[in-house]
Design a protein. Structure first.
Length: 267
C-alpha cells in the first residue's frame, strides 16, 4: 500500500492482507541500504495471524519517494508522523540495525505508546568503519562488496539455503544495487552519528526483545548484550551461527523468536 507522509508517497508491504488499524499494528523497519523485502516471512506471518502489518520503505528506499533522511532522530520523528497518518495509536515496532536504532528512539520517546519492541542486529551505537563510510559515499559498488562480506556469516556465504537456488551473497549485492544515488552514504552517516542508544534504552518502558547474531561483525554480540542489560526486563536471544543479516540467514529462527515474544500477550 502507499501512504502519504510529509507530502511524499511512502510504500509499505502489508503481508498479503489489507491493512486495518483496528487490529494490533506491527511496523517493520529495515536497515541501512535495505528495504521492506527483508521482512517478507515475518510480515506475512503476522498479517495472517491477527495483526495489521506495515513493512515500510524508509524515504528514498525501495518504493518510497526521497530524499533519504539524514539522522536517526529525524527518522524516528518521521515514523511518528507515519503512525499518525495511518491511525496506529499503540503499535509494536520491529527493527533491524539502523531500523533497530530508529525503533528504539521511537519507543523511548516521552509520549510513546509503543506496546512492544523487537530489535535485531542492534547495538547502543552504530559506528561505521571509516573505509566503509567513505566507500558508501564515493564508491557504492565497493561498499556493496564490503557490506556483503562483513554482514553475512561464514556459513551463509557457502550456500545450503532452505530456498533452493538462493545464494545470499548475490542476493545481498542485488538488494544494495537498488539504492539510488546518495542513499547508502546518507544511511551510514546517520548510523555513524547516532550515539544515544544507551540513554534511550534506559528510558524504555515497554517489553523488549533483542535478537543477536552470534557471528555478527557489524553489531557484535557483546554490543547487543550491553543494550539488553540497559533495558528493564528485556529478553535476548542469540542465534549462534548468524551474522548481521539474521532475517536472511536464519529466517525460521528469527520468526520463532518473534512469535514467542508476541504470543503470550497477543494470542
Amino acid at each position: 500500500m502507499h501512504i502519504e507522509v510529509d507530502g511524499r508517497r511512502i510504500y509499505a508491504a502489508t503481508g498479503g492482507r489489507t491493512f486495518d488499524a483496528a487490529k494490533p499494528v506491527v511496523v517493520f523497519i529495515h536497515g541501512a541500504g535495505q528495504d521492506h523485502t527483508n521482512w517478507q516471512l515475518p510480515a506475512r506471518w503476522f498479517a495472517w495471524h491477527g495483526h495489521a502489518v506495515l513493512a515500510i520503505d524508509l524515504p528514498g528506499h525501495g518504493g518510497s519517494d526521497g530524499p533519504p533522511l539524514a539522522t536517526v532522530p529525524e527518522m524516528a520523528a518521521w515514523i511518528g508522523r507515519l503512525l499518525a497518518a495511518v491511525g496506529a495509536e499503540a503499535p509494536a515496532l520491529i527493527g533491524h540495525s539502523l531500523g533497530a536504532a530508529i525503533a528504539l528512539e521511537v519507543a523511548a520517546a516521552p509520549a510513546s505508546r509503543v506496546r512492544r519492541l523487537a530489535l535485531l542486529g542492534a547495538a547502543p551505537a552504530l559506528p561505521v568503519n571509516a573505509a566503509l563510510l567513505e566507500a558508501a559515499r564515493d564508491r557504492p559498488l565497493e561498499a556493496h562488496r564490503l557490506i556483503t562480506g562483513w554482514a553475512l556469516g561464514a556459513e551463509a556465504k557457502l550456500g545450503g539455503n532452505a530456498v533452493p537456488g538462493l545464494w545470499l551473497t548475490n542476493a545481498s549485492l542485488a538488494l544494495l544495487a537498488r539504492n539510488g544515488p546518495g542513499v547508502l552514504g546518507t544511511d551510514f552517516a546517520a548510523c555513524n552519528a547516532w550515539q544515544s542508544g544507551l540513554e534511550a534504552a534506559r528510558r524504555l518502558r515497554c517489553p523488549a526483545l533483542i535478537v543477536i547474531g552470534g557471528k555478527d561483525l557489524m553489531t557484535p554480540p557483546r554490543a547487543g548484550r550491553q543494550l539488553a542489560q540497559h533495558i528493564a526486563g528485556a529478553r535476548s536471544v542469540t542465534l549462534a551461527n548468524c551474522g548481521h543479516m539474521l532475517m536472511a540467514e536464519a529466517p525460521d529462527a528469527v520468526l520463532d523468536a518473534l512469535i514467542e515474544f508476541f504470543q503470550p500477550v497477543e494470542a
